[in-house]
Ligand binder design. Structure first.
Ligand code: HEC
Length: 174
């Protein structure tokens, strides 16, 4: 069931992209993505103990209309880098509800983690992943949505500052 929901959400993202995004490889079998989820759950950015945070509204973009975005630094398999975590909320989500119960109406979690130089130099060395609220890795067309996901990097390449981050230009471009 969860996987089916993820499929639908993934389609929603590519539709928002206007069909112009070409899938490259999505090469993680879920192992690295699983380790990444454990780290961000440990920091309480996601998971059963997720911290409440003040959401903001967006209209007409890929990730939905009610969002929480959090940033930290994590180490996965000896690689330390910036991690950005986006929680996308669905219908029924309210500001106070999200602050009090961060997993209610949570539709999906998308994460970008900047790996070591050389991981994916053409795309800023970012590792991309999309999860169901319980941490299950998303899949689409038989591919996990984790690793060098062309759909994610293809759109994020347009972010100002050359760092693949839309919300700020706080990291140097690679
Ligand atoms: C069609 C374009 C598009 C696609 C495809 C897309 N994103 Fe985004 N993403 C955005 C936009 C626009 C923002 C800024 C949203 C906001 O205002 O919070 C964003 C924000 C984010 C953020 C917060 C950091 C930032 O850049 O501001 C993360 C994390 C993220 N996206 C992950 C992903 C992942 C993982 C995928 C692939 C599964 C993905 N995105 C696919 C457009 C896209």
């Amino acid at each position: 069931m969860k996987r089916g929901r993820i499929l639908g959400l993934a389609a929603a993202i590519s539709l928002a992209a206007g069909g112009t995004i070409v899938w490259a490889q999505a090469d993680d079998d879920g192992t690295f993505a699983g380790a990444l989820w454990e780290e961000i759950a440990g920091l309480r950015l996601v998971g059963d103990d997720a911290l409440g945070a003040v959401p903001y509204a967006r209209e007409g973009q890929a990730h939905g209309e009610t969002l929480v975005t959090l940033q930290s630094t994590v180490t996965i398999n000896g690689v330390t880098g910036a991690v950005l975590v986006k929680r996308s909320y669905g219908e029924g989500a309210t500001r106070d509800g999200i602050i009090a119960h961060p997993n209610d109406n949570l539709e999906n979690v998308t994460v970008m983690f900047q790996r070591e130089a050389g991981y994916d130099p053409a795309n800023g060395d970012w590792f991309w992943a999309m999860y169901a609220p319980d941490g299950m890795v998303g899949a689409m067309d038989g591919m996990t949505m984790a690793g060098r996901v062309g759909m994610c990097s293809g759109c994020h390449a347009a972010a100002p500052g050359g760092d693949y981050i839309f919300l700020h230009d706080g990291l140097p471009a690679r």
